[in-house]
Write a protein that binds this ligand. Structure first.
Ligand code: 5GP
Length: 143
């Protein structure tokens, strides 16, 4: 049975409300994208719908079209921004799967031949690096 309780005090809800800072790369009426503070690879970006749901299991299916259109847009932008060889898309549902933040989000991670992913929710990245990487992605999204 899927858990259906949405807790609006989760960290991404606070980011969406502007209560805590993030390195944003994209925003429209339905979706925000910002840098993951503990990246599994250079340029690791999170794409987050504004509509509240814990994860994919309790989300309104109407969320997915606009969300995945931006996942693709951001995937193309990070590939271009970092000269990546590929892009990994990850999405976790409930603790058993590895989910740690309970607002639906999709991980977009640029990949490079021979370089493995770092651990999930591992080491904090320096704010300066996140700012630089966000700037590169915004540049790629604009061109
Ligand atoms: P999940 O495990 O829920 O799929 O992923 C949550 C992601 O959020 C992790 O990759 C983690 O590094 C990231 N994260 C956790 N706290 C914060 C935060 O305060 N700001 C940002 N930008 N990312 C966070």
């Amino acid at each position: 049975m899927a858990e259906t309780t949405y807790d609006s005090t989760n960290i991404f809800a606070k980011i969406l409300r502007g209560e805590i800072p993030s390195h944003r790369v994209y925003e429209d009426d339905a979706v925000v994208a910002f840098m993951d503070v503990m990246p599994q690879g250079q340029g690791h970006t999170l794409v987050v719908p504004k509509a509240p749901s814990r994860n994919l299991l309790d989300a309104d299916p109407a969320t997915f079209g606009p969300l995945f259109a931006i996942v693709q847009k951001v995937a193309l932008a990070v590939k271009k921004a970092f000269g990546a060889d590929g892009v990994t898309i990850l999405q976790f549902n409930e603790p058993a799967s590895g989910q740690t933040v309970y607002h639906l989000h999709v991980h977009v991670i640029p990949r490079f031949e021979g370089i493995p992913l770092k651990s999930h929710s591992g080491q904090m990245e320096k704010p300066k690096v996140l700012t630089e990487n966000a700037g590169k992605i915004r540049g790629a999204l604009e061109n």
